[in-house]
Design a binder for this molecule. Structure first.
Ligand SMILES: NC(=O)c1ccc[n+]([C@@H]2O[C@H](COP(=O)([O-])OP(=O)(O)OC[C@H]3O[C@@H](n4cnc5c(N)ncnc54)[C@H](OP(=O)(O)O)[C@@H]3O)[C@@H](O)[C@H]2O)c1
Length: 287
């Protein structure tokens, strides 16, 4: 079955709730761009928050540092419920790669640093098997100070080879979600979940990861995987980092279930941040 066909086959009820109008949803409001500066002191406070240590956020911050705290502190804070964030780095025309598959560095340097900050503040990064196969990402934190999150790959048919980059034994937890019995490299944790109509229920994935102590999740792609979580109403926030290039054709950044009219389009409340090289749309998608 084609991916497009599978997307259309997903349950309508989940999409309806994800796309329902929300109170306070006023398009165009709060769209003033706030430049972000993540100084060493700001980052130290954020990592303290993530580690459940006291971290006073009051202080004589610059406007851009205050914007950084507003953007990242809710993601760093622990103690409440879990949180699931989707992140996309895309071109102006909503592409994540060329037709030939060149996907490296769609985001600019500051967009990439933003992504690494999100990884450092998360318990686990979740990707789909197509991204794992195509991009061979390491999903580590290299551009900022911070620890590597657990790596989770959704690979229902066990297509990922044992020498996949995400299985690299570098000390981080490695987890695979699968629907068929298949041996995996030593040290890789296996979560078996059934597919229904071709898909594993994303809620079951979240519950299984919670059972493994992973509650703050970064769903990093690709389009199919993020759409699964968004359509199920599970993403509390969606970060869309737009880089100033036009690719023209190529894979889209997001492929949610189609709607007929623009009135049915998802219009989440959002804030806009200037990262430097890229512009970030921080969308409150609920979940
Ligand atoms: N710029 C960015 O932010 C960014 C980030 C990541 C990736 N990418 C790009 O995105 C592209 C790949 O994305 P993609 O959308 O084609 O694929 P993908 O989301 O990486 O992987 C999709 C596959 O993962 C499995 N999967 C995910 N969720 C599932 C669920 N709930 N139930 C069952 N299976 C599930 C399925 O595997 P099966 O096919 O085995 O059924 C599905 O076809 C690449 O070009 C990559 O470069 C861009």
């Amino acid at each position: 079955m084609s991916d497009q066909r599978r997307m259309h086959d997903r349950p309508a009820a989940a999409t309806a709730s994800a796309h329902a109008p929300r109170p306070g949803d006023v398009p165009g409001r709060d769209l003033a761009l706030r430049p972000v500066a993540v100084s060493a002191l700001v980052w130290e406070r954020l990592t303290r928050l993530r580690d459940r240590r006291a971290a006073g956020l009051a202080g004589d911050w610059s406007e851009a540092e205050r914007a950084a705290l507003d953007l990242y502190a809710p993601l760093a804070r622990r103690g409440g419920g879990g949180a699931i964030l989707g992140q996309i780095g895309q071109s102006l025309d909503g592409r994540v790669a060329t037709e030939s598959g060149d996907a490296r560095d769609v985001s600019g340097a500051d967009g990439l640093a933003h992504l690494h900050r999100l990884r450092a503040l998360s318990d686990a990064v979740v990707i789909g098997v197509r991204t794992a196969l195509h991009d061979r990402p390491s999903l580590t934190v290299r551009l900022v100070e911070g620890r590597n999150p657990a790596r989770v790959v959704i690979d229902p048919a066990a297509r990922l080879p044992d020498d996949a980059q995400v299985f690299n034994d570098d000390g981080a937890r490695r987890i695979v979600i699968q629907s068929v019995a298949a041996p995996r490299p030593a040290g890789v944790e296996v979560v078996d979940l059934p597919r229904v109509d071709g898909w594993i229920d994303p809620r079951a994935i979240v519950a299984a990861l919670e059972g493994l102590g992973l509650r703050h999740l970064l769903v990093e792609g690709g389009a199919i995987t993020i759409a699964q979580f968004l359509d199920a109403g599970l993403l509390s926030r969606l970060h869309v980092a737009v880089a100033p290039l036009i690719i023209g054709t190529g894979p889209q950044s997001l492929t949610t279930r189609p709607v007929e009219t623009l009135a049915q389009a998802l219009r989440p409340p959002m804030a806009v941040y200037g990262l430097g090289s890229d512009i970030l749309f921080d969308c409150a998608t609920g979940g």
